[in-house]
Design a protein around this ligand. Sequence first.
Ligand code: IPE
Ligand code: IPE
Ligand code: MG
Length: 256
Amino acid sequence: MKVVPGIDPARVPKHVACVMDGNGRWAQQRGLKRTDGHAAGEEALLQSIYAAQDVGVEWLTVYAFSTENWKRPISEVRFLMRLNEMILIRRLDELNERGIRIRFLGRQDHRVPGRLLREFNRAAEVTKDNKSLTLTFAFNYGGRAELIDAMKRMIDDGVSSSSIDEKQVRRYLYHPDMPDPDLVVRTSGEYRISNFLLWELAYSELVFTDVLWPDFSADHLYDAIRTFQERDRRFGKINTSGLKPRRARAKVAATT
Ligand code: IPE
Ligand code: IPE
Ligand code: MG
């Protein structure tokens, strides 16, 4: 595992989720087409995957296409479908060799082209036994859609209302084994969730950066992890150590 200055290896977030935003603005700033911005985002994605893996992140979830993104012009939607298909085709061997497990998170409905779904399913099958980072593509994903799908399946299964609790709801999410994100990073200076992982984000730390996604690099990810490590995650409790979080950490660091 790579040692990165300023990052405590013992407290690396287990699950990082990224809202990869700002491709269109990146392209517009350069007089390019919005789709050129999406294409440029591929390199930022790969860099982020490898940077996360190097520092010991176990789960990385990237928001690649939302249930609301269908409202974009058809030409842009088609480009995004094709781009994701090509990324899976181009990068599968390299990701697999690095021990990365690939998964799809979202609705596999008729609007997603069959050839793209086939690539997602192939990537998931080929990499299913990999034990390093789990890379989840949130594609045709909406947090509300995930909860609606969960509710429908619970009703179809005859789950009784008295047995519904947090554990039960989790069983009906798309990937029940996926831990909640510890850290969510959103690029492009937008301060919103945009229907990402609504159930799972309940206690995630949120980090926002003005960097546009195609410019996002390993260093930006490491900055976000450093910010995460400065946060005091209380989960509704109170800090009982009597030390301010920074001092508490300095003490831990001094003894390790
Ligand atoms: C993110 O970049 C990519 C997707 C939503 C698929 P955008 O395309 O949203 O870029 P901006 O926000 O318009 O700059
Ligand atoms: C969120 O970005 C979705 C993805 C990054 C895939 P959007 O650009 O679609 O979000 P809004 O519309 O600005 O909220
Ligand atoms: Mg956007």
